[in-house]
Write a protein that binds this ligand. Structure first.
Ligand code: NI
Length: 254
């Protein structure tokens, strides 16, 4: 059974077939999915998916690209949503310095810090987005030594990966690792202990090869497992088993 630890089914690209697709995932071998929110509203939707589908779990959070109007009221709304039984993390939160139109760094950092504090208060792990912001993201999570989490779609160096592993963190990888130009990620996958590895799709984005360009969904997560199996020279069933176990342990799913 595969565990897609990061997919965005609130995205409008799923408007025409969302419920049928979600219901069909277990038939395709995908037995567990975590849907992180990127705003208060999409966090609420993620909670709804988890209510409707036994194999779906939710994370609640405000993505750095969506924190223009961040305010303490939103933390209160996330706190209420996080009280739902199938909310397993605070996310997707973090820093994104890639897009020029993103909120100013100070605003992103304020939103990130407040959500890390919320995770600490609620004893929940975090799902971190770090794009072109490695140093700041690492130093901000180090401000919260009691909080643990996962760097999703990890794009840092082997050295940064080792530092996170030493801090007890997880790293997750998606279709980007199947792209021809993937260099650092395979090196990291080779370097870190298997018990720190999770797989994801980040659907509807980052569709793995050979389906790159199409809409992504959780049924493609096996392609990520296959790529990791090839890198680590392990049977794919072994990678599927280990990454599912890791995801269950990390998110506290029985
Ligand atoms: Ni995401």
């Amino acid at each position: 059974m595969l565990f897609d630890t990061h997919a965005h089914y609130d995205d409008e690209q799923f408007d025409n077939d969302r419920q049928t697709l979600l219901a069909s995932l277990p038939e395709h071998g995908v037995g567990l999915v975590v849907n992180p929110g990127i705003t208060v509203e999409t966090s609420r939707q993620a909670v709804d998916f988890a209510r409707c589908h036994p194999h779906m779990y939710a994370a609640v959070g405000i993505h750095p690209e969506n924190c223009h109007d961040f305010c303490p009221e939103q933390i209160q709304q996330l706190r209420q949503l996080a009280a739902e039984p199938k909310v397993v993390a605070i996310g997707e939160i973090g820093l994104d310095y890639y897009w020029a139109e993103n909120p100013p760094k100070e605003v992103q950092q304020e939103a990130f810090r407040c959500q890390l504090a919320l995770a600490e208060e609620l004893h929940l792990p975090v799902i971190v987005h770090d794009r072109e912001a490695h140093a700041d993201t690492l130093s901000m999570v180090q401000e919260f030594p009691k909080v643990t989490g996962v760097f999703h779609c990890f794009s840092g160096s082997v050295e940064m990966a080792r530092q996170l592993v030493d801090m007890g963190w997880m790293l997750s990888f998606n279709g980007a690792i199947t792209f021809k130009n993937a260099r650092k990620a395979p090196e990291v996958v080779r370097a870190i202990p298997l018990d720190r590895l999770m797989i994801e799709t980040d659907a509807p984005y980052l569709t793995p090869v050979p389906y790159r360009g199409k809409r992504n969904d959780s049924t493609y997560v096996h392609l990520v497992a296959e790529t990791i199996a090839a890198i680590r020279e392990l049977p794919v069933e072994e990678v599927v088993r280990i990454t599912t176990e890791n995801g269950k342990r990390f998110f506290g799913i029985a």
